[in-house]
Design a protein around this ligand. Structure first.
Ligand code: NAD
Length: 375
């Protein structure tokens, strides 16, 4: 029973789906782990480390594998080269990958998407959205501190007192709370806002001031936010404007599942920020929380430098891979029964994360998006 660790095919992907440290967890379950040469190099893991940990390293890693693990989905060529019945486990953004999903279906592969792992307590250790958001949130605060040409902490010195930086964080989910905690540890004064009422307590618990706006909260299902109406969005923009204008660094992390990221800050609001200020938009790739931010670039709006995030967890490939690999190992453990890879499709975590199986699309919304009949 072979598990293959694929070399990533996505441009710029530095992460790897399994780190040498965790190879032993899979061999202990009875698997042979075979790694494609160079798969871990982006995360600074050499082939020799995998070999020393008990894995094989082979160009033919995917041949005969029951399961192929990766961070980004396999490309079409590789999908078409796998025999029916092979399973794949990776991120798989179904909405943006309909052609690939059709290929996975037509090739008879059993594919699982890390994004679709249900966010229930039993699945927390398998939740790669959370583990990677944690890395992105930390990185966003470090980027803001690095771009800002001033101290984050208060400094009282013989040469005078330097006041601390004022940081505002919008969106206090997993990434936002980590950004807040990191900026606080660096000594900044942090204020944060989230549309979910429960977030205010969480913001305070990591040492920041919760911005309270006179607006209804927007709790959706599963602890997520709901989309705003246009009227509420306009009110929120107005009420947030003075906080943005007073910030030295603004970090935005807001998202609504299945939708484009909400636009929370207009270019006109950024133009009110003082010279030297910094904006870090973690949502740049999914539409952007800040008008004018560009993924993977720093642009200037007014006096501010605006940094747009692009695959931010891959900017810290070591810890991001370690956490992702642990999520993968936990899922594989769940899918192993009586010493064999045998996912139980009656389990809600297995069923919820399955995209294709036995030549059909198992994920209802994707089936509808592909124009197939839904149950
Ligand atoms: P997310 O990435 O979907 O969104 C990030 C944050 O943006 C959320 O907190 C959301 O409320 C906020 N947001 C959305 N629209 C906004 C707006 N217009 N203005 C300001 N903020 C806005 O969310 P996430 O970080 O993945 O998690 C959100 C919630 O789910 C959290 O409460 C988290 O604790 C919970 N969660 C639970 C589990 C679990 O039980 N397994 C796992 C992960 C997250």
């Amino acid at each position: 029973m072979r598990i293959a660790v694929a070399k990533e095919s996505r441009q710029g992907e530095t992460r790897v789906a399994l780190v040498p440290e965790l190879v032993g967890k899979l061999t202990a379950l009875g698997y042979t782990v075979v790694v494609e040469p160079g798969a871990g190099l982006g995360a600074l893991h050499a082939d020799e480390e995998y070999a020393a940990a008990g894995a094989e390293v082979s160009e033919a890693a995917l041949d005969g594998a029951v399961l192929v693990v990766s961070v980004a989905p396999l490309d079409t060529t590789r999908v078409r080269s796998l025999p029916a019945g092979t399973a794949t486990l990776s991120f798989l953004p179904v909405n943006q990958s309909l052609d690939l999903v059709a290929d996975l279906r037509d090739c008879g592969l059993t594919s699982f998407a890390m994004e679709l792992v249900p966010r229930i307590s039993r699945a927390q250790s398998m939740d790669a959205l959370s583990s990677q958001a944690l890395v992105a949130g930390y990185r966003s605060a470090i980027v803001a501190a690095g771009l800002l040409h001033r101290f984050f902490p208060l400094n009282m010195t013989a040469a005078g007192t330097v006041p601390p930086a004022q940081v505002v964080v919008l969106g206090a989910g997993v990434a936002g709370l980590q950004a807040i905690a990191t900026a606080k540890r660096l000594g900044a004064v942090v204020k944060a806002y989230d549309v979910r009422a429960a977030a205010a307590e969480e913001i305070r618990s990591v040492g920041a001031q919760a911005i309270e706006l006179e607006l209804e909260s927007l709790e959706g299902t599963g602890g997520y936010a709901r989309e705003m109406t246009e009227e509420r969005a306009a009110r929120q923009l107005d009420l947030l404007a003075p906080y943005i204008a007073a910030a030295d660094a603004l970090i935005t992390t807001a998202a609504v599942p299945g939708r484009q990221a909400p636009m929370l800050v207009t270019a006109a609001m950024v133009e009110q920020m003082s010279p030297g200020s910094v904006v870090v938009d973690l949502a740049a790739e999914s539409g952007g929380n800040v008008e004018g931010s560009v993924p993977g670039q720093v642009v200037r709006i007014g006096h501010a430098q605006v940094w747009g995030g692009a695959n931010v967890p891959a900017q810290m490939p070591g810890p991001a891979s370690r956490l992702y690999a642990q999520n993968i190992v936990n899922l594989v453990t769940l899918m192993t029964r009586d010493g064999a890879f045998d996912p139980d499709f009656d389990d809600e975590i297995v069923a919820g994360s399955c995209v294709t199986r036995d030549g059909t699309v198992a994920h209802e919304p994707t089936r509808a998006a592909l124009g197939e009949e839904t149950a």
